[in-house]
Design a protein around this ligand. Structure first.
Ligand SMILES: Cc1ncc(COP(=O)(O)O)c(C=O)c1O
Length: 473
């Protein structure tokens, strides 16, 4: 552990003397996903440094970065190669307008990304992150159907438990509990289907029957609404922020086939699963055997060192547009930072690191990570531990028979997080769940540390709940 030291705001990047970052944040910063009662008046754990799989908070406490930032710091913190390439690119060319000009790193990166993508996904449109990638895919679907003379074919199929972003249209697809309680959305454009969550499948239903149920629901919805009105299905291969929901075997392939049969574009949202999280650059083809019409990506593409995302689009769709009767129809969509040279340069170096060993390492340690995490099912508060690759989730329940989440003043995930923070691990609390997605460079020994802390954090939480008389496990 690093010696405790007080990281003053000035060391954190030059806040006014006398005022530390915590005070400044409370007075001037709006954090993401705030509650009305504390909006603009809240400080969060102040992080000063990162190194490998660790981050250091303002008290000097070193923590394992359990969520790798937000599923993004895939090759780990403090990679000098990445910092240097960003510096070099910014000195060579910090920005160019993508409206009338282009840069070499974006073209080179597009070629390399296409080389890893399944099927005929050949072209990349870059965005600033995941929400704008999903937004771009959906606006492309609308444009594509307008040009093809099918302006009615615009509805979007999404699922419970999904998370696709925080822009208006992408957020309209979100299906996690609480996300939309106080927020508007383009609900008239979206149809929500069941989450493919095997843990929450109807009581008494086997896995095969559950898969059939999901597939039948998908097919019946198309029959009821009409394929001529549905433009796209958007789905994460593994629902990440919904609690690492790994779908049942064969489900994604069957959904893909139904989309193909009904001329519905399949958009695979790989904002989390791409760039190594499941041991491959893309999981759609290499892990799940599907070839979507579009794949969205972000986060791990730069290991979080620069905000970048994108959509990879099928050659077939582009060819159809090029041959359409409307060569003058314009896809009126583009962001100032589309194809940003610094983002693309760092993504190229990040891809070198992934191809040069990080993917192989992930494949090697992932089974150990899953086995060790699974041992937490010994704890009576834990209903299920599940995961894939280097994604994992511990779901807590009041009792295993009914799988009820605990109704508490403070979510059980937050309670576990507080104990783990004390013990040296940052976890991502999600209501009654804790999600883990460490940097991909994590070693077996570090996995042992992580799981050991999590076990102790959950045990302390169980003691608290017993003492408070709110749980009797
Ligand atoms: C699957 C998925 N899609 C889209 C997004 C939105 O990405 P961003 O926050 O970069 O806009 C996220 C963010 O967590 C995500 O997990």
């Amino acid at each position: 552990m690093a010696a405790a030291r007080d990281l003053k705001a000035t060391e954190m990047g030059g806040a006014e003397s006398g005022d530390d970052a915590v005070e400044l944040a409370k007075r001037h910063l709006i954090q993401p996903w705030p509650f009305a009662g504390s909006v603009g008046a809240e400080a969060r754990a102040l992080i000063g440094e990162g190194d490998g799989i660790y981050i250091t908070d303002s008290t000097g406490k070193r923590l394992i970065d359990g969520p790798a930032g937000m599923w993004c710091v895939n090759v780990g913190h403090r990679r000098e190669e990445l910092a240097k390439v960003m510096y070099d690119q910014a000195i060579a060319l910090s920005y160019n307008t993508p409206w009338y000009t282009m840069n070499a790193p974006s073209a080179e990166l597009a070629k390399r990304i296409a080389g890893h993508a399944p099927g005929d996904l050949s072209h990349v449109f870059y965005t600033t992150g995941g929400s704008s990638a999903v937004e771009t895919a959906l606006r492309f679907m609308q444009f594509y159907n307008n040009v093809r003379g099918r302006p009615e074919k615009k509805l979007i199929l999404s699922r419970g438990g999904a998370y696709h972003g925080s822009t208006y249209l992408s957020a309209s697809l979100n299906g996690r509990p609480r996300d939309r309680d106080w927020m508007d959305g383009a609900d008239e454009l979206v149809i929500k289907l069941s989450s493919p969550d095997p843990f929450r499948r109807p009581r008494g239903m086997g896995l095969t029957a559950f898969t059939d149920f999901l597939v039948d629901q998908f097919r019946d919805t198309i029959a009821r609404v009409g394929a001529e009105r549905i433009g796209a299905f958007v789905g994460e291969p593994v629902q990440a922020s919904g609690g690492v929901v790994v779908p049942p075997d064969g489900y994604l392939k069957r959904i893909r086939e139904i989309c193909r049969d009904n001329d519905i574009l399949y958009v695979s949202d790989e904002v989390v699963t791409a760039f190594g999280r499941l041991g491959h650059v893309f999981a759609s083809g290499d892990v799940f055997g599907i070839d979507p019409d579009m794949i969205t990506f972000a986060k791990g593409v730069t290991s979080g060192y620069f905000p970048l995302g994108g959509v990879i689009i099928s050659e077939r769709l582009l060819e159809e547009l090029r041959r359409s009767n409307h060569p003058d129809a314009m896809f009126g969509h583009g962001l100032t930072y589309t194809s940003h040279p610094v983002g693309c340069a760092v993504a190229l170096k990040n891809l070198d690191l992934l191809e040069g060993g990080v993917l192989a390492h992930t494949q090697a340690v992932a089974p150990y990570f899953q086995t060790q995490l699974k041992t937490l099912e010994e704890l009576p508060l834990v209903g299920e531990v599940r995961g894939m690759g280097l994604m994992g989730c511990v779901e807590c329940v009041a009792d295993r028979e009914n799988k009820n989440p605990l109704q508490l003043d403070k979510d059980v995930g937050k309670r576990i997080d507080a104990h783990c923070h004390e013990l040296g691990l940052l976890v991502r609390p999600l209501i009654n769940m804790c999600v883990m997605s460490p940097p991909l460079i994590i070693t077996r020994e570090q996995i042992d540390d992580m799981v050991g802390i999590l076990r102790e954090g959950i045990s302390r939480t169980m003691d608290d709940l017993r003492k408070e008389g709110v749980w009797r496990g």
